[in-house]
Design a protein around this ligand. Structure first.
Ligand code: SF4
Length: 209
């Protein structure tokens, strides 16, 4: 996994920009003390550890599901009662933490979005100029799928022997399990609870390979 700035660049920055605009203090204006927005973040009780404060004083996070004592299954029950049982976990379309099931779902049910992610996957092949954790260019190539082949050709219908072997090695090092290869990272992703935050923390300390 290389350096990723997805949550910071695509979510937190635009949200902060919009919030400042809504408050009437666009960057770089100083926001007076006591002026803030309240932001509701949908983290359930079983992912309590992901509930965090915003990192700026002009935003205050609230976690209504935790306040109500709702777990993930309470949410699923509620959504089911509204006829929304198939609600997927929140994440970007082209998230490298997707499992095969999520990729198949996009390919089979949303051709336009599939075209989009395939195109995105091709576009990241060389990374950007400061692609890895130490800010250097990529020596190899970047891929969205674990198999490290273009998404359009990736084995999303089954786990390959090579992926299985790599997984066995990683298992000793808290790597993914079969379920994760299929279903992806269990958590959804929100600006204040990124599904890749373990790797992000490693990136911050330059530990990611
Ligand atoms: S879902 Fe989260 S971790 Fe995945 S690409 Fe989007 S911001 Fe990044």
């Amino acid at each position: 996994m290389t350096r990723r700035q997805c949550t910071g660049e695509y979510k937190i920055k635009p949200i902060k920009k919009k919030v400042r605009e809504l408050l009437g203090y666009p960057y770089p204006a100083r926001i007076p003390k006591g002026v803030f927005v309240e932001q509701w973040v949908g983290i359930s009780t079983d992912e309590f550890h992901r509930a965090k404060d915003a990192d700026v004083k002009y935003m205050r996070n609230r976690h209504p599901l935790i306040d109500m004592g709702w777990s993930r299954s309470d949410c699923v029950r509620y959504l089911t009662s509204l006829g929304l049982a198939d609600t997927p976990k929140s994440s970007c379309l082209g998230c490298p933490f997707h499992g095969n099931a999520q990729w198949r779902n996009i390919r089979d049910n949303s051709p336009e979005e599939w075209e989009d992610v395939v195109e995105f996957d091709a576009a990241i092949r060389k990374g950007n100029a400061r692609a890895n954790a130490t800010g250097n260019r990529l020596l190899g190539e970047a891929f969205l799928h674990r198999s490290r082949v273009p998404l359009s050709e990736a084995p999303i219908d089954h786990v390959t022997a090579a992926e299985w072997a790599a997984m066995q090695e990683e298992l000793t090092d808290t790597g993914p399990d079969l379920e994760e290869l299929e279903q992806g990272v269990i958590d959804g992703c929100s600006p204040w609870a990124c599904r890749g935050e373990v790797e992000l923390a490693q990136d911050d300390f330059g530990l990611a390979s």
